[in-house]
Design a protein around this ligand. Structure first.
Ligand code: C2O
Ligand code: CU
Ligand code: CU
Length: 457
């Protein structure tokens, strides 16, 4: 049997024009329906056409397998660490018990090389989530340990096409050799951007869908650094969900920014046969390609409406009794503490005048806030810096009430994107006991201070 690459070469089809992600399979057949085996392991991948790059992968493949689960149904993931360093896996955006949150020391001991840890939980919300290690993140995520986690609605929703796009820029030169994943002068600013833009590990992949079909694109920003300002050309698209959570009423996509860690689900109906639709991101006024979609011959009905998504069962905060807590995010370039081994750990960012003190088995710092189980809170976030910060809370889902001092149509999210000097008011019920990470998802910001945790008890 020919492999796909050899087949394409024999048939004279240019690889660049037909390259599509080869999702690897992780599912195993057992007593529970959603049962997966997942490894983290070094491997190599052809990210830049014609060149091999040594990468870190889930199950040996870029892109990582999409883990698909169903709302309200148990999932079991047998994770084996085949890296030569410890790791943990975090399920970003899922409201699951602390024991399964995948944060070293706060929720579990690190999974050592060669060890297996079984993650088992039942996702309460449907939507587009993702997974990644929560150790040595600049390297582990930067070199490829990022994957999509899709929770299908308890009652199936009727799209014809359901596509995952995980967006990442790789820190590679033109020959696929690694460049620095972090540089202090960038870590102290917007973060160190990668050079090679991909969706599902491919630069500008091209998809073909039948004319008139209803398409759901699940876009996840799994990059360490980049904020993507997305837009769609060639058709009208609707914003249907933000960070996994359906919006109360879908609205047309004009431009929408997703910071690192954030997701956007968009719905669209494919135009007439032969027409082309392009997903782009904007840097200044220039558009850069993310992925393209060409309408092929009609195969089913020509649809004119998108199905609607049920709202997730996120607890409703009681705004009358909610306690307000202020968080100020600031820049501080001066300190450079040195540990016993003589390594310096630059600190550039602070939460409420505090930088993360670091964490190890015997050294767990105090939480940035102590919350009472079952109470409602309003987090008032204030970014006193010139850079974007996607502020992420584990184990809970925010209801955003205000952005930059103005009321917004409330929406659910696990990550609030603060722009330059931006502000936000986000409410939630502290209904999930445990110590929950609370950090900027620009990985270098997190690693240089912008990280803490809240304790719910
Ligand atoms: Cu994507 Cu602490 O998480
Ligand atoms: Cu998370
Ligand atoms: Cu940040």
């Amino acid at each position: 049997m020919l492999d796909r690459r050899a087949f394409l070469q024999l048939s004279g089809i240019s690889l660049a024009s037909v390259a599509l992600p080869q999702w690897s399979l992780a599912q195993v057949k057992t007593d529970i329906e959603y049962h997966y085996k997942l490894t983290a392991e070094p491997s190599s991948a052809e990210l830049i056409p014609g060149f091999q790059t040594s990468v870190l992968t889930f199950n040996g493949n870029i892109p990582a397998p999409v883990i698909r689960a169903r709302q309200g149904k148990p999932v079991r993931i047998e994770f084996t660490n085949k890296l030569n360093e410890p790791t943990t896996i975090h399920w970003h955006g899922l409201r699951i018990p602390i024991e399964m949150d995948g944060v070293p020391f706060l929720s579990q001991p690190p999974v050592m090389p060669g060890e297996t840890f079984v993650y088992e939980f039942t996702p309460p919300d449907a939507g587009t989530f993702w997974y990644h290690p929560h150790m040595n993140s600049t390297v582990q995520l930067g070199k490829g340990l990022v994957g999509a986690f899709v929770v299908d609605e308890a009652e199936p929703v009727d799209f014809d096409i359901d596509e995952v796009l995980i967006l990442k820029h790789w820190h590679l030169d033109k020959k696929g050799e690694w460049k620095a994943l972090t540089r202090p002068r960038y870590a102290a600013r917007m973060g160190t951007p990668g050079e090679w833009g991909t969706a599902n590990g491919i630069h500008d992949p091209q998809f073909s869908y039948p004319a008139g079909s209803r398409v759901r694109l699940r876009i996840a920003n799994v990059d360490n650094t980049m904020t993507y300002n997305l837009r769609m050309k060639g058709t009208d698209a609707q914003v249907i969900a933000i960070d996994g959570n359906p919006v109360s009423s879908p609205y047309p996509l004009d431009q929408h920014k997703i910071g690192p860690g954030m997701r956007l689900d968009i719905g669209l109906i494919m135009p007439d046969e032969g027409q082309h639709v392009a997903l782009e991101y904007l840097l200044g006024k220039f558009g850069f390609p993310v992925a393209g979609f060409t309408a092929t011959a009609q195969t089913g009905d020509i649809h004119s409406e998108l199905p609607s998504l049920p709202i997730n069962p996120v607890p409703v905060p009681d705004l009358d009794t909610a306690e307000t807590i202020n968080f100020v995010f600031e820049w501080e370039g001066a300190i450079s503490p040195t540990d016993e081994a003589g390594n310096t750990h630059p600190v550039f960012w602070l939460i409420n005048r505090r930088a993360w003190e670091g964490m190890s088995k015997d050294n767990i710092p105090e939480p940035v806030a102590d919350l009472t189980l079952g109470h409602s809170y309003i987090f008032e976030l204030r970014n006193n810096t010139q850079y974007h910060h996607p502020i992420h809370l584990h184990g809970h889902t925010f209801l955003v009430l205000e952005m930059d001092g103005k009321p917004v149509t409330p929406f659910h999210t696990d990550t609030v994107l603060l722009g330059k000097n931006g502000r936000a008011k986000a409410a939630f019920v502290a209904d999930n006991p445990g110590s929950w990470m609370y950090h900027c998802h620009v990985i270098e910001h997190m690693k240089t201070g912008l990280m803490g945790y809240v304790r719910v008890s």
